[in-house]
Design a protein around this ligand. Structure first.
Ligand code: SF4
Length: 393
């Protein structure tokens, strides 16, 4: 009897998902826990195909790690660092420009600023660096560097600087075509001692949701997503997706949702934590697709699933995220080009056309409330008629 009830629940949830009627929390949970994988993947892929066709996008970006200093200590992070003697706290403006310029020469159109969260609140070295350049806060320096890159290179800035307040977002809106902040998880439980977000005050879910909402109030296109497999329960994972959906229902500003799997590395606090399986990742992507419907851009990075990454297309994604053709040392930027051609080949092998997009998705480019007039000329230079990236730029 219980089994019949479960399968009826699964069938009804799949049907609602397929019809685009929007999954409830119960539906999503039922599919996450009990949904047979193959029908679930097929439903998600069909919903994606109906709205997006058989194309998968990526953004050609150059990565600008403005500072690795961060006041948080997430258990899975390899990016952050404390100040080290002899190491600069931040990239200098000349360095920022040199990296961006190398990216532009390699055909990049997005300048992705990634940095730690509010280091100046805990590290005197960060404060001293900023003061020397006339800034009080990292986010002010970021706004100035975004301006520099936009003006001097024409690359479109997209910043990923952690929690942001109203004034921070207003300032970044002047130069950034979109901004990002992973929700990661909606579970405050993970902030407890030993949890993934222990000693990470900026990972309080309500603060991150607030940032997404404030960006929504300002009509800023927003990239967010979840990091799965960091100790959250399936209920909490579904709740994180629902929290993102709820912001999008209110403001319509979520341009893409990333489903990223946790990966263990030797030098992190969670080095021995189990990684989510490929099936878990596919299932989560498929549930996310049914939960958000066909129109949402759903991304999962190809480099986190080794050679099997084209399988993620079967789960309903339509974007691979930012791909950098620029090598880390910038000596041989051409050497990385085959990565993009191989992405195109592998996507084609799975029946998909790879298309380059900008840091602002095509459907947002055509909505004037999301593009400040001062950004329009820069966007126009890089954008084709259909809103994707212009070829040969
Ligand atoms: S907020 Fe967490 S994930 Fe982000 S840089 Fe800091 S420690 Fe790493």
């Amino acid at each position: 009897m219980a089994e019949i009830a479960i399968s009826r629940g699964v069938d009804a949830a799949l049907e609602r998902g397929m019809e685009g009627r929007g999954l409830s929390r119960e539906d999503a949970l039922c599919l996450m826990q009990e949904g047979p994988l193959q029908p679930l993947l097929e439903a998600a892929a069909a919903v994606r195909d109906r709205a997006k066709g058989r194309s998968v996008s990526y953004s050609r970006k150059v990565f600008i790690p403005l500072t690795h200093l961060c006041r948080d200590y997430c258990g899975y992070c390899t990016f952050r660092s404390d100040p080290k003697p002899g190491e600069a706290a931040y990239m200098l403006p000349d360095e920022v420009l040199a990296v961006a310029e190398a990216g532009r020469r390699a055909g990049c159109k997005e300048a992705l600023f990634s940095l730690g969260d509010q280091p100046e609140r805990v590290f005197p070295e960060a404060k001293a660096f900023l003061k020397k350049l006339g800034f009080e806060r990292t986010l002010e320096y970021l706004a100035a560097m975004s301006e520099l890159v936009l003006e001097k290179t024409g690359l479109l800035p997209h910043s990923n600087p952690g929690v942001m307040g109203l004034e921070d977002l207003r300032r970044l809106r002047e130069t950034n075509v979109s901004v990002g902040l992973m929700l990661e998880s909606a579970s405050p439980r993970l902030l407890r001692a030993g949890g993934a977000h222990w000693k990470a005050p900026d990972k309080v879910p309500s603060l991150r949701i607030q940032t997404m909402e404030t960006a929504g109030q300002l009509s800023m296109a927003f990239t967010t997503g979840i990091l799965m497999g960091i100790g959250e329960t399936l209920e909490e994972r579904v709740d994180a997706l629902l929290a993102i959906r709820s912001v999008h229902e209110k403001y319509g500003n979520i341009q893409e949702v990333i489903v990223q799997p946790f990966r263990a590395k030797p030098d992190i606090r969670m080095a021995n934590a189990p990684e989510p399986s490929k099936e878990d990742l596919e299932r989560t992507i498929a549930v996310a697709r049914l939960l958000f419907g066909g129109e949402m851009n759903l991304q999962s990075p190809p480099n986190l699933l080794s050679k099997d990454y084209p399988d993620l297309l079967k789960a309903g994604i339509n974007d691979w995220g930012g791909i950098s053709p620029v090598t880390k040392d910038f000596i041989n930027p051409e050497a990385a080009w085959p990565q993009i051609s191989s992405l195109a080949e592998r996507s084609a092998g799975a029946g998909f056309v790879l298309r380059e997009r900008l840091a602002l998705y095509p459907e947002f480019c055509s909505r004037p409330e999301f593009v400040l007039p001062r950004l329009e000329p820069s966007l126009r230079k890089l954008r084709a008629e259909n809103g994707y990236a212009r070829e040969g730029v």
